[in-house]
Write a protein that binds this ligand. Structure first.
Ligand code: HAM
Length: 424
């Protein structure tokens, strides 16, 4: 007996309706923001992620699914979508867009070798949005508003938008120095990864899952205190625009995000529902100035976010999910009836109805059980008498009426009857 690999899941038919409802809602929101879909490969050259995400991050250092292909090239299953998107933007020269801005979304599986638990998987799915072209607090805010719209549209309550600024390049240098000064006295007490991060990228110490409760974390310097005047002004504009739109947020000075490409605005949408435990972040993102250059393109600042679809599904209001019912179930009695039934189901399906039929000659009783299980609106019985009279027997499970309907009037009958029921 084979089992699925740890940290993966089978999405079975009974939950797929919920996934499809979620995906459809997300696509509708994207359309309102004129954000177009883009699909990039699920695997990329490893170096793209080491450069783009940053090789001192946990994602690159510990969590990537990396292997050599048959020609010995190092390949990695994408742990996130932004870097592959930036590569594609450069490779396809999308940055030459005369409208100045590119807005894209993606939906699909991502892979991280993490310790699986509720809300955390090794294969998970992200819905991500990226807006590229120029740096502006307006675009950052548009992105955040879109992220908030997503949770609102899904009826998710008790969430908070956390925002922070990591500042520009000069702010980062000043902050890096402040962090080094701060952690130098407690360095011996920190884990071996943090010791290495101290030299390579001290900001990543704040992101450590091992040392997160060490007292030096709480008292660490805050990014906002090291912003250059320009970066401060940028962040103030972001906050002012959010205020203008009356979008609720908290400035969270501990928010640094787990990927290296960010500067200026970073944000996360966090659930306040205690059942989410440590996996309360539904989505996160931020502004990135240098990523497109890092992967070989021109200066093209961007901002984006991604939500974990599994986490959105856990939080989503179930009442939005439409019941998955059948329109018509065809119940033929005998071989000749089956042939007529097959012609009828083909005709009904071609007309957009959701139809199924019995091919196993089961008893009427068990076929009616199927009608019940599949919540079919109509049961269509075809027996010997019906064939002789060139009619079918249609029973409406809503109004409980039953009619003998001539073959040529089936479609007409179903259409009229459906409308009638909807108007009740
Ligand atoms: P991230 O914060 O690494 O950002 O991931 C975004 C979301 O993906 C998380 O908030 C979470 O909901 C979900 N997620 C991450 N890891 C897992 C996991 N192991 N299992 C289940 N869900 C998970 C990014 O990936 C950035 N690329 C977002 C971004 C887009 N920034 C700018 N543009």
């Amino acid at each position: 007996m084979y089992k699925r690999p740890k940290g993966t899941m089978d999405i079975l038919p009974e939950t797929v309706t919920k996934w499809q409802t979620l995906e459809q809602l997300l696509r509708t929101i994207c359309s309102a923001y004129d954000v177009k879909e883009m699909r990039t490969p699920i695997f990329e050259h490893t170096e793209l992620f080491t450069r783009g995400v940053g090789n001192t991050t946990d994602i690159v250092g510990k969590e990537m699914y990396t292997f050599n292909d048959k020609k010995g090239r190092s390949i990695t299953l994408r742990p996130e979508g932004t870097v592959g998107f930036a590569r594609s933007l450069v490779e396809n020269k999308l940055y030459t867009n005369p409208d100045g801005i590119n807005k894209f979304y993606y939906m699909g599986p991502m892979f991280r070798y993490e310790r699986p638990q509720s809300g955390r998987f090794r294969q998970f799915h992200q819905f991500g949005v990226e807006m590229l072209g120029f740096a502006s607090p307006y675009i950052d805010v548009e992105c955040m508003v879109m992220a908030v719209t997503v949770v609102e549209a899904l009826g998710i309550k008790d969430v908070t938008l956390h925002i922070n600024s990591l500042g520009d390049f000069d702010s980062r240098i000043a902050y890096r120095e402040a962090l080094k000064n701060h952690f130098s006295s407690s360095l011996e007490e920190l884990c071996s990864d943090c010791k290495a991060r101290f030299e390579s990228n001290p900001l990543r110490i704040l992101d450590c899952k091992v040392d997160c409760d060490h007292p030096a974390m709480e008292s660490a310097p805050k990014t906002v205190d090291y912003l250059t005047p320009e970066a401060k002004e940028y962040f103030e504009s972001v906050c002012a625009l959010l205020d203008m739109l009356e979008i609720a947020y908290v400035v969270d000075q501990n928010l640094v995000r787990g990927l290296d490409y960010y500067n200026h605005t970073v944000f996360e949408v966090i659930s306040d529902d205690p059942s989410f435990g440590a996996q309360a972040t539904l989505g996160g993102g931020g502004h990135y100035n240098g990523l497109v250059e890092e992967v070989g393109g021109p200066c093209s600042p961007g901002v984006g976010f991604a939500f974990g679809l599994e986490r959105l599904l856990m939080a989503m209001d179930e009442s939005q999910v439409e019941e998955d019912h059948l329109d018509i179930y065809v119940m033929p009695m005998g071989e000749e009836a089956k042939q007529l039934g097959l012609q009828i189901v083909t005709m009904l399906r071609a007309n957009g109805y959701r139809v199924d039929m019995d091919y196993q000659n089961r008893s009427l009783k068990s076929q009616f059980k199927t009608v019940e299980r599949k919540q079919a609106h109509f049961a269509m019985i075809i027996g010997e008498q019906e064939i002789e009279d060139e009619v079918v027997n249609i029973k409406c499970t809503h109004s409980k009426t039953q009619d003998r309907v001539p073959l040529e009037s089936i479609l007409d009958y179903i259409e009229k009857h459906e409308k009638g029921v909807h108007h009740e």
